[in-house]
Design a binder for this molecule. Structure first.
Ligand SMILES: *Cc1c(COP(=O)(O)O)cnc(C)c1O
Length: 366
């Protein structure tokens, strides 16, 4: 039995609605911005519970726009976590600021108790990541940000459909950035992203900057760039949003089965704690496993596709060599990077496939 990690072959099997709407779009020729974009942006803002939403090329752009809208750049520091997707750090560096890392905790999220130590006179913002579609302890982070008068930009790229006390990731900070990359919970047929905020002033800046700084065709208010989402993708996202709650429900059901069984393999396998009132998207279902590399080989040989997110924490990447970190600086993330395994948990898995996966992990540990 094959247990695929990649669910995309099943994701767009039912595409009649998308094609119908695309036909209308093509006839309208609204290929940049316009009605189809706004329709999606409004729907997403409503879903997330934010006042403003702007579609962008990708999640990385959404992060860059967020940072730039606050005027963060050269000489500024942004505190984030050392285990996240590369784009979190890439965006900070792209605006000219310096990323300052904090270790992760046992839920693979930024450890709020270590943030204070990372703050300097140059710190402008904290960028917490909803890593893997789980959320950090956002209330604690808000308290620190308030105490030090720092902004919060949430990297909620994997967090669409997650909740903390019924509130969406991306709505706790000043700005929230989301991605619709094919491997995120809300995905399009290529790249896409959104930035949300409740702040009118930031919203009007982002709206302009995303579109060349234009007020209208003949007048430029500031020099901007083109970071617009494609309306064709906005249509895909519009219909994707209709299914997101169902997707998250199934993934949570699958994750619960895995949690309940795999926790029996302690201490060889560690399942992370699930916090009360936190709903996760399970963009990544991650556990810590002894003899990780052998387990990964074993499972892949059984056609169970598992991944590692990631084998090298960001402070030890070559790209970080000018930041002054060394091995041992972030012991939790470093240990996790040698034990992490990401299992398939997506909405197209059958009960048989999930059981097959569990049986094989049990078989590996004898
Ligand atoms: C996917 C992702 C991004 C970047 O999103 P793209 O749409 O691929 O640019 C940024 N941060 C995190 C945590 C992500 O998972």
């Amino acid at each position: 039995m094959k247990v695929p990690f990649n669910y995309l072959p099943f994701e767009f099997e039912d595409n009649v609605k998308i094609f119908d709407r695309w036909k209308q779009l093509i006839q309208s020729t609204e290929f940049t911005l316009g009605q189809y974009m706004e329709e999606f942006e409004n729907k997403f803002a409503d879903y997330i519970g934010s006042k403003h939403c702007f579609g962008t090329n990708c999640g990385t752009d959404a992060l860059i726009l967020s940072l730039k809208s606050l005027g963060i750049g050269h000489g500024d520091e942004v505190v984030t976590v050392c285990n996240t997707f590369y784009a979190t750090v890439g965006a900070i560096v792209a605006v000219g600021a310096k990323p300052v890392f904090v270790d992760s905790n046992h839920r693979y999220q930024i450890d709020p108790d270590l943030i204070k130590k990372a703050i300097t006179k140059k710190t402008r913002a904290i960028m917490p990541v909803h890593w893997g579609g789980a959320s950090p302890e956002i209330e604690k982070i808000i308290e620190i940000a308030n105490n030090f008068q720092l902004e919060i930009i949430e990297d909620a790229c994997m967090g669409i459909g997650a909740k903390i006390n019924n509130k969406s990731p991306g709505t706790f900070g000043k700005l929230g950035a989301f991605s619709m990359h094919p491997l995120k919970s809300l995905n399009v047929m290529g790249d896409g992203g959104m930035v949300v905020t409740d702040d009118n002033h930031l919203a009007s800046w982002i709206k302009k900057y995303r579109n060349h700084g234009m007020i209208d065709r003949d007048n430029i208010d500031l020099w901007g760039v083109n970071m617009r989402l494609q309306p064709l993708q906005a249509v895909v996202a519009y219909f994707g949003l209709n299914k997101i709650e169902e997707v998250i429900k199934i993934r949570n059901k699958n994750a619960k089965i895995l949690d309940n069984e795999l926790c029996k393999l302690a201490p060889y396998v560690k399942v992370p704690q699930r916090l009360e009132n936190y709903i996760e998207t399970f963009a990544l279902y991650m556990i810590l496993c002894d003899e990780r590399d052998e387990l990964v080989k074993y499972l892949n040989s059984k056609k169970i596709e598992v991944k590692i997110h990631y084998p090298l924490p960001l402070h030890l990447q070559k790209a970080s060599s000018n930041l002054g970190y060394k091995a041992g600086d972030f012991p939790i993330a470093e240990e996790q990077s040698s034990k992490l395994v990401t299992l398939p948990v997506h909405q197209y898995l059958s009960e048989n496939q999930i059981n097959f996966m569990i049986e094989n992990i049990f078989a590996f540990y004898g």
